[in-house]
Design a binder for this molecule. Structure first.
Ligand code: ADP
Length: 502
């Protein structure tokens, strides 16, 4: 018998079924919005509506804040720290046991390839909850040897009711970064997920109620930024607001906090991160890292290495390798396990990225790869999806729009540089300061650059490494405060000093 050996193709993952109407969670109850309004969430790979979601506004935020306050003053406030930790740990277990379902839901709502949801978003999310479960009973104060006859100590108390506003690029993960430390420190919360991607937040909230979080500890109010988001940021009974999103929106959130009750503010904002490749680097590793650092998640990463500086001695060689690699990127159905790039999250984002590609062409950058919406190989089912081809520009100059503004899409800008001093100065010539990377085998150069680049995270010979244990956040206009690690506890803790006369 003749063997016809064709390689087994991996099966397409079946998109999940979603209820046609999704209510919001307030005070332990699943409710419609006060106004009765709903909004549609869309599958970006097809442009079709997935379902209707309850549209929260000021009235819903008010109810959610009341519920969160009641829980703070009730059973949650009295729960032991150890018990809180056990609940967060149970949530980690619940997310883990639903990981396939959650990965598929994330892919459906956001458009990211299922392989990425499974390999990156879910493990990082689970790890984040598990990590903060451990902190719940370890965030303790100090006893302080003050002068005089006093016993002095500090208590680490929860800030209270916290509002959290998250974006659409990593919905599950951003929720975990916000919920993990907030819950570990004993706060209650109201989350407003991004209007583009509310589904996984609602599902994780359901898992949280199932594992036994008391009513009102966790409230989720989907809705739009200028309505529900603004109501949360400006609320007089919210003690803290944590926000991740665009720098311009961060300014609005901070203004709203200042103009209401001076609630505490932490912000994780945009970036335009320099990724510096020296001639003495392992060039193949640098190409691989720079490719991943820009194209991962459809380029929709605040840390994207979107100013790729390559030393002139290896520039041509680097560009050739990068061009070849990028041309092979598999764009298409996010539910196919082999797909490397899905659609942008929305029509608005697709248009915005297109605008940057046009700007790049107009300003004289050289378009080497991509530049249009979708290759002809895209299946008919995805003809109305929000795809953008992976795109590479060379001969990019510092003052071009594509080298200055955050594109948030699969558009790589490659710039040439001569030496370390020059690239440090140019790398820092931005009002952002989120991340940076350096590729070199020279240890002194690596340290010099890591010290000199003004960024919250610097990667050396790697890119996009994240761990729940290590802090993350921005210098300059990339943010205020640090999420993750022990540092994030500070965002969700009030320190109280007690003096007792003895
Ligand atoms: P993008 O433009 O990429 O969607 P945004 O910063 O606008 O980024 O969105 C991040 C989050 O901020 C989303 O949840 C969004 O609804 C919310 N948001 C937008 N505008 C406001 C606002 N004025 N006040 C509070 N939150 C907002």
């Amino acid at each position: 018998m003749a063997a016809t050996a064709t390689a087994p193709t991996k099966a397409r993952v079946t998109p999940p079924k979603v209820k046609a109407e999704q209510p919001m969670l307030i005070g332990g109850k699943w409710v419609p919005s006060v106004s009765g309004k709903t909004f549609q969430t869309v599958d970006p790979a097809t442009g079709k509506t997935i379902c209707e979601v309850a549209e929260g506004d000021k009235a819903d935020i008010d109810l959610a804040v009341k519920a969160a306050r009641k829980a703070m003053d009730g059973p949650w406030g009295r729960m032991s720290a150890g018990e809180r930790g056990r609940l967060i740990s149970k949530l980690a277990d619940a997310v883990e046991s639903h990981k396939d379902e959650l990965a598929a839901l994330e892919t459906l709502d956001n458009g990211k390839p299922i392989a990425d949801s499974l390999a990156a978003d879910l493990p990082l999310t689970i790890d984040c909850y598990r990590y903060y479960a451990g902190w719940a009973d370890k965030n303790h104060g100090q006893t302080i040897p003050v002068t005089g006859d006093y016993f002095c100590y500090t208590r680490h108390e929860p800030v209270g009711v916290v509002g959290q506003i998250i974006p659409w690029n990593f919905p599950l993960l951003m929720q975990a970064w916000k919920w993990g430390p907030a819950l570990a420190c004993g706060n209650t919360l109201v989350l407003k997920p991004a209007e583009q991607t509310p589904l996984t937040a609602l599902r994780v909230a359901e898992l949280a109620t199932n594992v036994g979080f008391p009513d009102g500890v966790i409230n989720v109010v989907p809705g739009y930024g200028p309505t529900a988001g603004a109501a949360l940021a400006g609320h007089m009974d919210v003690d803290k607001i944590a926000f991740t999103g665009e720098t311009s929106t961060g300014k609005l959130v901070m203004t709203a906090a200042a103009q209401s009750n001076l609630k505490r503010v932490s912000l994780e904002l945009g970036g335009k991160s320099p990724n510096v490749v020296f001639a003495d680097a392992d060039l193949d590793a640098a190409v691989e890292g720079a490719y991943f650092g820009l194209f991962f998640n459809q380029g929709q990463c605040c840390v994207a290495g979107s100013r790729l500086f390559v030393e002139e001695k290896v520039y041509d060689q680097f560009v050739e390798k990068m061009t070849k690699k990028t041309k092979g990127r598999r764009l298409g159905d996010p539910f196919h396990p082999d797909t490397e790039q899905g659609p942008q999250v929305s029509k608005e984002q697709q248009d915005r990225v297109r605008g940057y590609i046009e700007a790049g062409k107009k300003e004289g950058a050289k378009l080497l790869v991509g530049g249009s919406d979708a290759p002809s190989s895209l299946a008919a089912a995805h003809a109305n999806g929000y795809f953008v081809e992976p795109t590479v520009f060379t001969d990019v100059k510092d003052d071009m729009k594509i080298a200055q503004e955050e594109i948030f899409g699969p558009v790589m800008s490659i710039l040439k540089f001569k030496d370390a001093a020059e690239v440090i100065e140019r790398g820092n010539r931005t009002f952002y300061g989120l991340a940076a990377a350096v590729w070199t085998k020279d240890v002194q150069k690596a340290i010099r650059l890591s010290n000199a680049l003004k960024a919250g995270t610097v990667w050396v010979n790697c890119y996009d490494v994240f761990d729940a244990r290590a802090p993350f956040g921005g210098f300059k206009m990339s943010g205020i405060g640090r999420e993750l690690g022990q540092y994030a506890l500070q965002l969700y803790t009030e320190v109280k000093t007690v003096y007792m006369a003895v």
